[in-house]
Ligand binder design. Structure first.
Ligand SMILES: [Fe+2]
Length: 596
C-alpha cells in the first residue's frame, strides 16, 4: 500500500511517502531546487520519494493533498462577497488543485491511465493534527495545530486515540495566532516570509512593557480559542496577500498590520533601522501575549481531554520558547512536536490521515528521528572529494569511523568551525547533526566568529546546542527530550559560563537532545567531545550560508569553499584548510582551552 502526500501550490512545498503504514521518505522541495520556502508543485521531491520507495507512478495507490476547498465554505463565501479579488484568488487555487492529476501527468510525462491512484483531500489543520499525532509515540493524546491560515482555518484541537482523532475546537479566519505573529514581525521591520523566528530571538532582550496593549491585540476566548483585535490588522479587510511567481521563487507576504497599530504603538520600524530597547520590549510583549494565549489553549485542552500527552503542529509549534514552558505551566508531561511543524509537514499528515482514517489501517509507526531526506553513497561522496584541487588549499584524509569521530572532536575542541555532512538530510527546518556546522560551545566569542566567517546573521539571534541525552539534566533545568530542537529550556545557572556560546541572553537555549539510537554517529561525536573537554555539548547550526540547508555533498563543498569554515567532514573524509604555522583554531582567534 503506497500513499504519497503532497503539499503543493503553497509555501514549504514538500512530499512524503508512506509504504504499508511506515514513512519511507519526506523532504521539502527547497532542499532540491535550492529556493528557500519554495512553493509550486514539488516535482523533484515527489520523484525522490518514489525512488526511495522503489516505486513507479503505477504503484502508487493513493495521493493525499492537505487542502479541502469545501472546508469552512460559509466563512469563505461571506468573505468572498466582501472581497472579489480574494474570491478570484481562491478560485484560481481551487482550479489548480482540481487539475492536480493532469499537472502530475504533464510534469512526469506519464499517461493518465498510469496514474491509477485515488486522490484524497484532507483539510489543512486536520492534516497538521495528523502530521503530529499519527507519528507520535502516544496512543492517546491532546493534539493542537496553530498557524497563519490554511483552508480558512488557523487552529484546531483534537483528542487523538489510536487511529482516530475527535476534533474539539476550530478557530477560523480572521482570528489567527500566526497572522498575529506575522503582523507584529512586520511591524518590527522583519518583512521577509519566515522572519518570525528572528523576533522570537529578539524578545529575550526585552521586558513586556506593552503587554496591556498586546492583550487587546490578541486574547484567549473560551477554553480552547482566541480572538484578535481586528482593528490592528488588515488581512480581514484587505486580504492577506501571499504570493509567489512560480515553483522557483520564495513566497512574499504583503503588509497585514493596520495604521491603527502604529497609532497605538508608535511608528513601525523600517527594515535595517537600528534596534532599540523599545523594539526589544515590543518583541517581548508580543511573545508574552502569545504565550498567555497558548497557555490558555493548552490548559483548556488538558482539562477537556484529561490526557498527559500533547502533540503539536502548525507554524506556531516552532515557538520553542513557549513550548519549553509547557511542563511547568500545564498538566502535560510528554510533548511531541512534528519536526516539520510548518506546512511541509502537511504532506506527512495527509498521507497518514488517509492511511488511518480513510483506509482504516492500524497505527504502527513512530517518528523516532528526522532523517528522511536524501542520502549519498561513499562512492558519490568520493567523486565530489576528488574534485578538490590544489587551489582549495586543503588537506584531505579518509578515515574509519572511530578515527573520524576522534579527529572531528579534536578540531571542535581546538576552536575550529566544522562542517559536518553525514547520512540522510533532516526533515524540517533544523539541522540535527547530519547537515550541521559544529563549533565549541565553551567559547563565548564563537557566536561572533560564526557570524563573521560563515552565517552573516543578525547578532541578536542565538545559536543552539546539541547535547547527549544522558547528561541533559546536568546542563538544563528540564530533561524532557527535545530531539528536533523544538524546546528552549533554561541552562542551569552554574553551567551558563561553561557553554556561553549557545546560551541566549535570557539564560535559555534551544537544545537538541541526541540519543544513541536516533543518531549513533552524532551521539559518539558528542561523547568524544565530552571526553576531550569535559563538556559533551556542541554548538550546532544549520549547514548553509543564507540559502536552504545543504542537501548534496557538492553543496557542502561549495559552502566550505565560499565561507571561512576550517574543516569539512564529508562522510568519511576530513578536509581541513591548511594553516600557516602558529595559526591555531578559528584562524588565530585563539582560546585558552580549559578542561571543565
Ligand atoms: Fe499550516
Amino acid at each position: 500500500m503506497i500513499i504519497l502526500g503532497i503539499n503543493a501550490y503553497h509555501a514549504n512545498a514538500a512530499a512524503a511517502i508512506v509504504v504499508d503504514g511506515r514513512l519511507v521518505a519526506a523532504v521539502e522541495e527547497e532542499r532540491l531546487n535550492r529556493v528557500k520556502y519554495a512553493a509550486g508543485l514539488p516535482v523533484r521531491v515527489i520523484q525522490f520519494c518514489l525512488d526511495q520507495a522503489g516505486a513507479r507512478w503505477s504503484d502508487v495507490d493513493h495521493v493525499a493533498v492537505p487542502r479541502d476547498p469545501w472546508a469552512r465554505l460559509g466563512t469563505k463565501l461571506r468573505f468572498a462577497a466582501r472581497m472579489p479579488r480574494f474570491a478570484l484568488d481562491r478560485l484560481r487555487v481551487m482550479r489548480r488543485f482540481a487539475g492536480l492529476r493532469e499537472e502530475l501527468c504533464a510534469a512526469f510525462e506519464i499517461a493518465p491511465e498510469t496514474l491509477r491512484a485515488q486522490f484524497h483531500r484532507i483539510e489543512h489543520h486536520h492534516a497538521h493534527l495528523a502530521s503530529t499525532f499519527y507519528v507520535s509515540p502516544f496512543d492517546r493524546a491532546s493534539v493542537l495545530s496553530a498557524d497563519g491560515l490554511g483552508d480558512f482555518g488557523s487552529s484546531m484541537s483534537a483528542l487523538g486515540e489510536g487511529p482516530r482523532m475527535r476534533v474539539l475546537s476550530d478557530v477560523a479566519f480572521p482570528h489567527s495566532l500566526g497572522m498575529y505573529y506575522t503582523a507584529l514581525t512586520q511591524y518590527l521591520g522583519f518583512c521577509k516570509f519566515g522572519d518570525e523566528y528572528k523576533v522570537m530571538g529578539l524578545a529575550a532582550y526585552g521586558e513586556p512593557e506593552f503587554l496591556q496593549e498586546f492583550r487587546r491585540i490578541v486574547r484567549p476566548s473560551g477554553s480552547l480559542g482566541f480572538r484578535l483585535g481586528l482593528k490592528y490588522f488588515t488581512h480581514q479587510s484587505e486580504g492577506a496577500d501571499m504570493s509567489w511567481r512560480d515553483a522557483a521563487s520564495t513566497p512574499v507576504i504583503g503588509r497585514i498590520f493596520s495604521p491603527y497599530l502604529e497609532k497605538r504603538l508608535g511608528p513601525a520600524r523600517q527594515a535595517g533601522e537600528p534596534l532599540t530597547q523599545r523594539h526589544y520590549n515590543l518583541a517581548a510583549s508580543l511573545q508574552e501575549a502569545l504565550e498567555e494565549v497558548l497557555m490558555s489553549c493548552w490548559n483548556g485542552l488538558a482539562r477537556r481531554s484529561n490526557e498527559r500527552a500533547l502533540c503539536l503542529a502548525g507554524g506556531v509549534a516552532f515557538n520553542c520558547v513557549a513550548n519549553g514552558k509547557i511542563f511547568d505551566a500545564t498538566p502535560f508531561e510528554r510533548v511531541f512536536v512534528q519536526p516539520a511543524a510548518g506546512d511541509a509537514g502537511l504532506s506527512v499528515g495527509a498521507a497518514f490521515a488517509v492511511n488511518h482514517e480513510i483506509l482504516g489501517r492500524p497505527r504502527g509507526f513512530v517518528m523516532e528521528h528526522a532523517y528522511w531526506g536524501p542520502q549519498f553513497t561513499p562512492a558519490e561522496i568520493r567523486r565530489v572529494v576528488e574534485t578538490i584541487g590544489p587551489t582549495d588549499g586543503a588537506e584531505i584524509a579518509e578515515m574509519d569511523e572511530a578515527e573520524l569521530v576522534k579527529t572531528t572532536a579534536r578540531h571542535i575542541a581546538a576552536g575550529d568551525i566544522v562542517g559536518w555532512f553525514q547520512g540522510a538530510a533532516e526533515w524540517g527546518p533544523r539541522a540535527l547533526g547530519n547537515r550541521s556546522i559544529l563549533a565549541d560551545p565553551r567559547r563565548a566569542e564563537m557566536k561572533d566568529i560564526l557570524n563573521r566567517r560563515i552565517k552573516h546573521r543578525e547578532s541578536f539571534r542565538p545559536f543552539a546546542p546539541s547535547i547527549a541525552e544522558e547528561v541533559v539534566g546536568e546542563y538544563f533545568e528540564q530533561t524532557h527530550p527535545s530531539p528536533f530542537m523544538t524546546f528552549a529550556y533554561p541552562v542551569r545557572i552554574e553551567k551558563r559560563p561553561i557553554i556561553p556560546a549557545p546560551t541566549h541572553v535570557d539564560g535559555t537555549a534551544r537544545l537538541q537532545t541526541v540519543s544513541r539510537t536516533a543518531n549513533p554517529l552524532y551521539w559518539k561525536l558528542l561523547n568524544a567531545v565530552g571526553e576531550l573537554t569535559g563538556v559533551p555539548v556542541v554548538l550546532n547550526t544549520s549547514f548553509n550560508d543564507n540559502e536552504p540547508i545543504v542537501c548534496r555533498p557538492v553543496e557542502a563543498l561549495e559552502c566550505f569553499r565560499r565561507t571561512r569554515m576550517d574543516v569539512l567532514v564529508l562522510g568519511n573524509f576530513v578536509i581541513a584548510r591548511k594553516r600557516a604555522a602558529g595559526d591555531g583554531g578559528a584562524s588565530g582567534e585563539q582560546f585558552a582551552q580549559r578542561k571543565n
